[in-house]
Ligand binder design. Structure first.
Ligand SMILES: [Zn+2]
Length: 68
């Protein structure tokens, strides 16, 4: 018997980040530029990747700006 599952999830990973000039508009913490990877999985099998850059707050994790 075949069991079908329709489970799609997305994971966001920070590949690396480095501090950049600027501060968070929410908490005033330091900003950093991060190389992000969004991975979309279907039944736990990754089938789609997208890498992009974002400016993030190192303190509260807020996304200040993203480049796609
Ligand atoms: Zn912040």
């Amino acid at each position: 018997m075949v069991c079908f599952c329709f489970l799609v999830d997305q994971t966001k990973k920070v590949k690396r980040s480095k501090p950049v000039a600027g501060s968070c508009s929410r908490c005033g913490g330091g900003a950093s530029v991060a190389d992000m990877i969004t991975q979309t999985r279907f039944c736990f099998v990754p089938f789609y990747w997208k890498s992009w850059k974002a400016i993030m707050c190192t303190f509260c994790g807020a996304m200040l700006k993203s480049y796609r």
